[in-house]
Ligand binder design. Structure first.
Ligand SMILES: C[S@@+](CC[C@H](N)C(=O)[O-])C[C@H]1O[C@@H](n2cnc3c(N)ncnc32)[C@H](O)[C@@H]1O
Length: 183
């Protein structure tokens, strides 16, 4: 019986150490990258799914997918769509993976810097980032996206690229969807 308690102690201590490690790493990441892991509000998702109805959507990418809330909603509504997420924050990445795993749904979620994402197959890119990111991403999108591809940005706009559609979702803050189309 003593062995049992010893092993139990070891396993729980190890789990705690790993968890604390993640927490510290996450906090450091947040301090360095200064982008909060705030998910898209649930009320913003139905207008997003509606806007996607008539758009080709074989490949949907969420850049900075967080816990996978948007990816999951897209996969549930459009099961044929391949959903891809890039997330740098370990705990967010793991939560997204677990979310899909327990539902038995398929998603390609990478723990990778979104600036290194492969975008050439994307039909729709979703992002909920910050103005500073939009500045950097505009060039990447112009270079890498195929013609006709959409970028849907929650709240933040590009410095020069003009949206083809603006969807107010009723949320005063962190709610408006800006849709851009690559020429
Ligand atoms: C505001 S949250 C949005 C999460 C999700 N897209 C949503 O709308 O629910 C932004 C996410 O981007 C992630 N992120 C920030 N910088 C990143 C980077 N360079 N590469 C990948 N993910 C990043 C953050 O960790 C965070 O989870």
């Amino acid at each position: 019986m003593r062995w049992f308690y010893l092993i139990f102690d070891l396993v729980t201590s190890l789990a705690l150490i790993i968890y604390l490690g993640f927490l510290i790493f996450d906090m450091l990441d947040f301090i360095i990258k200064k982008i909060p892991p705030l998910p898209t509000f649930s009320s913003v998702i139905p207008p997003l799914l509606k806007a996607m109805e008539d758009k080709e959507k074989k490949v949907f990418i969420d850049l900075g997918c967080g816990t996978g809330r948007v990816l999951l909603a897209v996969k549930k509504r459009y099961p044929e769509t391949q959903v891809i997420g890039y997330e740098i924050w370990p705990s967010q990445f793991l939560r997204a993976k677990i979310k899909f795993f327990i539902r038995g749904l398929k998603a390609d979620i990478f723990r990778k810097d979104l600036f290194k994402a492969d975008l050439k197959e994307a039909d729709i890119i979703f992002c909920f980032l910050l103005t500073s990111f939009m500045k950097k991403l505009e060039g990447k999108f112009q270079q890498e996206l195929k013609s006709g591809a959409w970028v849907v940005s929650n709240t933040f706009q590009f410095p020069t690229w003009k949206p083809v559609k603006i969807i107010p979702t009723g949320k005063k803050q962190s709610g408006t969807l800006y849709i851009y189309q690559k020429e």
